[in-house]
Design a protein around this ligand. Structure first.
Ligand code: ATP
Ligand code: MG
Length: 386
């Protein structure tokens, strides 16, 4: 029997004057998520559907669609012509053998003369006949069978509402440039901002040969995992060894991390402007490490002139961040033991509350502009496709 995936969206953003824009964004994203699967996307009154697919691909389609931001839930329904006997059969096949259940009917088809309650009672009877151990419970049923009678004399019968990830359609809140390391936090930060409708680009700093090619590949792998939610991600891979060497040779060791982060931010801002991004995004969380104190963040922020910096994890515990990383599938890759550029030339005692004046003074020993230009010249762009 034919299957259809019914897709419900979070209504909130589909109201008001931008409805058309949001809806187009959402539809484009769903289509992009399933573009290599042979199927048909249908826009219906108040929801969407996908049909005409090989039933063996149902699970794959469900997994892909439920990760599209902006959707509320979906259901895999069996399509039946509106004929009570046929619908009753399908309900009976779907029903569990024991426990409690109810049938809920929604009748959009006005040519059906019985009321939805009468229909539900009759279908419930069919189910009970096939499963004598089942019991009806209208208020706290273990399983609910939904029957949707549509205008075109077609009925959809389904049981579960599979929750989607919610959020806003990616692209409807503009574009952001994330500083993506190979750690646990920044991939979660990317996910969080994409969930608010931001199209994400990423910049990664690597210190070849101090850090391996495997460390860089790990970041690209993380980006690829994120594409299931974010769509395609353009990753700017920036050679950072020269910058780090210059800091190491010319600045006090305890300022290494602070100065390094200030230069990272400047480079990220320039790439973001070039890419048309409206913000920078990092995976910082307050007090997690020395560079994530209020003072450090102030000193790092000072170099950013044109964009806001979003830190979606700032108030989250590591445990909470890890939970999300597991949920979205980045955790296992994040904990692979490759070195990060931040661990190269790592000082024993990084300054925890840096003083802006002292940092600026130390930084004046560097040709900051030259270092930034050199790094940007060496940028490699990798387009990660879903
Ligand atoms: P993460 O788990 O995201 O690596 P972290 O807890 O290790 O974070 P830091 O190393 O201090 O913390 O980095 C803070 C943030 O700076 C990261 O979340 C990321 O946004 C950015 N960052 C750090 N290293 C890099 C890098 N090599 N390339 C790009 N961004 C980086
Ligand atoms: Mg890190």
């Amino acid at each position: 029997m034919e299957k259809v995936i019914l897709i419900r969206f979070g209504e909130i953003f589909l109201k008001g004057r931008n409805k058309g824009y949001f809806e187009k964004c959402l539809i484009d994203n769903i289509k992009a998520a399933i573009k290599d699967v042979d199927c048909r996307f249908v826009k219906m009154q108040g929801r969407f559907a996908v049909d005409s697919f090989d039933p063996d691909l149902t699970e794959e389609l469900v997994e892909r669609i439920r990760k599209v931001f902006g959707l509320h839930s979906l259901s895999v329904a069996t399509v039946v012509p509106t004929d009570l006997e046929a619908i009753g059969k399908v309900c009976a096949e779907m029903a569990p053998d024991h426990g409690t259940f109810r049938v809920t009917v929604n009748r959009a088809d006005q040519s059906v003369t019985m009321s939805s309650i009468e229909i539900a009672r009759e279908l419930g009877g069919d189910v009970l006949e096939a499963h004598p151990d089942l019991k009806v419970d209208l208020h706290h049923a273990d399983k609910e069978i939904f029957v949707d009678l549509r205008e075109n004399h077609t009925a959809y019968v389904f049981m579960d509402k599979i929750p989607c990830v919610g959020g806003m359609p990616v692209g409807c809140s503009g574009k952001g440039m994330a500083l993506l390391s190979g750690g646990i936090d920044s991939p979660v930060a990317v996910y969080r901002m994409a969930k608010r409708g931001m199209k994400m680009c990423a910049v990664h700093f690597h210190s070849f040969p101090y850090t391996s090619l495997a460390a860089k590949q790990k970041v690209l792998d993380l980006a690829e995992i994120l594409t299931a939610y974010c769509g395609d991600i353009k990753v700017y891979v920036v050679p950072f060894t020269e910058v780090q060497q210059a800091i190491h040779e010319n600045c006090p060791a305890e300022y290494m991390i602070t100065i390094m982060r200030r230069i990272m931010m400047r480079i990220a801002e320039r790439l973001a402007m070039r890419e048309g991004c409206g913000s920078l995004v990092t995976g910082e969380s307050l007090a997690q490490v020395a560079s994530q104190t209020q003072e450090s963040i102030l000193v790092t922020n000072k170099v950013i002139e044109r964009l806001p910096v979003f830190r979606p994890l700032i108030g989250m515990d590591k445990e909470e961040i890890i939970d999300t990383a597991r949920e979205i599938g980045t955790f296992k890759t994040s904990i692979l033991p490759y070195e990060d550029c931040c661990t190269v030339f790592l000082p024993r005692n990084p300054v925890i509350r840096p003083d802006l004046q002292l940092i600026e003074q130390a930084e004046s020993a560097l040709n900051v502009e030259g270092l930034i230009k050199g790094a940007i010249e060496g940028v490699e762009i990798v387009n990660i496709k879903r």
